[in-house]
Design a protein around this ligand. Structure first.
Ligand code: NAG
Length: 349
């Protein structure tokens, strides 16, 4: 395991963790020359040295030109939309490089996925974005590993710009590319009235497919992706470990504070919660009706489902009432069945 379990939380959780400030990468410079030193000399031509005000940097990828900005901590930061989504349908990987939310400002962070407790001006349904952090040490032919961070928040909260998730220092400290991703949250990600399942997990798989396409352009090795996540982010990784179709998309996994004893929901439990939700939404499976619902209405229904779930099934609790479902489309291969000791207190795995 390349990233130590101790180092990771420190780097992710302590924004003031001290590293020497260095400048964005300048791919043309020979390796022994540190750009931070030469750029301080008046004789160095201006075009060799990036401006310090966050000027755009570009990388050519198979799906178009990536535009990034220099991060204060030394990496170059690229915010990008990795997948298209329509409400309550499976997402699809983008075929061109686009900034999140139709923005034109390369330094703008993506809007979060819709969630309770957040000003609606800060989220958008078009939220399948990620932020890439590429440190100066990673150059075109580095074949650097990548760590893809999956945030926590009970599957209902969180975003790539939450406090502590700037991956710049982690990228610089490990000579790795760090990707901090978003995935659909709450009922938009986990309870499509059509009966489709685990859309949020499929979003995460699309994030990995996107990375495999573009990482080589940034100096990354597409076969060296480590997925790491905390809390619900770790539960998401457990879901992916149980999905044969996800196995080829990453090499290793780090789970921090997985709520393992909660288990996945069975289809029967999932359907109990879904039927309750459908009563609240009052649209049945009529997609015209469902697509016309306001986000306010949807988040109100989510609030209701979160509060009601523990009364609807003993498998639910208030800490993480909405979860992925063991839908049978992704049965764990025998080698990944958990040992009984890990599930003996929970009949719902
Ligand atoms: C939400 O954000 C907008 C834009 O920043 C702001 O004008 C508005 O006051 C905020 N609303 C609340 C309830 O904080």
């Amino acid at each position: 395991m390349r990233f130590s379990a101790l180092l990771l939380p420190l780097l992710l959780a302590v924004p003031s963790f001290a590293f020497p400030t260095s400048r964005p990468k300048i791919p043309e410079l020979p390796a022994p020359f540190h750009p931070g030193f030469f750029c301080g000399l008046p004789i160095v031509p201006r075009f060799l040295c990036p401006r310090q005000d966050g000027s755009a940097l570009t990388v050519s990828t198979p799906i178009g030109t990536a535009r990034g900005t220099s991060d204060d901590a030394g990496a170059v930061r690229f915010a990008v939309k990795y997948a298209n989504q329509n409400r309550w349908q499976a997402s699809t990987v983008v075929t061109s490089w686009q900034l999140p939310n139709g923005q034109s400002d390369v330094s703008a962070m993506p809007k979060a996925c819709p969630q309770l407790g957040m000003n609606s001006s800060s989220f958008a349904e078009d939220c399948l974005s990620m932020v890439l952090y590429v440190p100066p040490s990673v150059q075109a032919n580095s074949k650097a590993p990548t760590i893809m961070w999956i945030h926590g928040g009970s599957f209902t909260q969180g975003s790539a710009s939450a406090p502590g998730l700037d991956g710049s220092k982690l990228a610089a400290a490990t000579n790795s590319i760090v990707a901090v991703i978003q995935y659909r949250l709450g009922i938009l990600g986990l309870y499509p009235p059509s009966g489709e399942t685990n859309l949020a997990a499929k979003d995460v798989m699309n994030a990995m497919r996107f990375l495999q396409k573009v990482l080589p352009s940034f100096g990354g090795d597409a076969s060296q992706i480590t997925i790491a996540g905390q809390s619900a982010g770790a539960s998401m990784i457990r879901t992916l470990l149980a999905a044969p179709s996800a196995q080829s998309l990453f090499k290793s996994a780090i789970l921090q504070s997985d709520t393992m004893d909660y288990g996945f929901y069975t289809p029967a439990i999932h359907n109990t919660l879904l039927e309750h939700l459908k009563t609240q939404l009052n649209c049945g499976t009529d997609s015209t009706c469902l697509n016309a619902l306001s986000l306010d209405t949807i988040l109100d229904a989510e609030d209701d489902l979160e509060g009601s779930a523990p009364g609807l099934t003993p498998a639910a609790n208030f800490a993480e009432p909405l979860r992925t479902v063991h839908d049978g489309h992704s049965s764990p291969p025998p080698s990944l069945q958990p040992p009984n000791s890990l599930v003996s207190t929970n009949p719902f795995w």
